[in-house]
Design a binder for this molecule. Structure first.
Ligand code: HEC
Length: 140
């Protein structure tokens, strides 16, 4: 799937250091807005993206790692924003929200580009995480 960059200049900073992700890549730029849409439609679109193995460059889907709540740690039961070990270690972020977590997994395990901050895809994946994956994990 081809998608445009939120910012070419920012993207040049990606993975500049081994094993690190520039925090600006996973931080919503000041003044940017989120895509607004019908919640149920966003959640449905998010589920399709979650299972789409062409979303990043690694040939895997979000679901490839996270099926049945796999790979999530206990932090995922806490309301966002919260600490996520991988984001703290690689970007120095003390806490992170759902859309930042989408961007983080897009860049690191999916080996792709971060989604545009105003994109329907980002809003859809964040909505799907909030409404489906997180409640399912919390009740496991
Ligand atoms: C190659 C495996 C892999 C893939 C593919 C992957 N992730 Fe992750 N993801 C992880 C790992 C590992 C963690 C645990 C990070 C931690 O807790 O330190 C994680 C954590 C998460 C969390 C929970 C973090 C928390 O505690 O709040 C969310 C949400 C998430 N990923 C979303 C996604 C999305 C969206 C995609 C697809 C765009 C995706 N992941 C693709 C490996 C993967």
């Amino acid at each position: 799937m081809k998608r445009h960059l939120a910012s070419g200049a920012l993207f040049a900073l990606i993975l500049s250091g081994c094993g690190s992700v520039d925090a600006t890549l996973v931080t919503r730029p000041a003044g940017s807005t989120s895509f607004q849409g019908d919640r149920a439609e966003l959640v449905a679109a998010g589920e399709a993206l979650w299972n789409d193995n062409s979303l990043g460059e690694a040939g895997v889907a979000c679901a490839s790692c996270h099926v049945g709540g796999a790979q999530f740690k206990d932090t995922f039961t806490e309301p966002y924003p919260h600490r996520v070990a991988m984001a703290e270690k690689m970007s120095g972020l003390a806490s992170i929200d759902a859309e930042q977590m989408v961007q983080f997994c897009m860049i690191v395990p999916m080996k792709g580009e971060p989604l545009a901050w105003d994109s329907r895809e980002l809003a859809a994946l964040a909505a799907y995480i909030d409404d489906v994956e997180q409640p399912n994990f919390a009740t496991k």
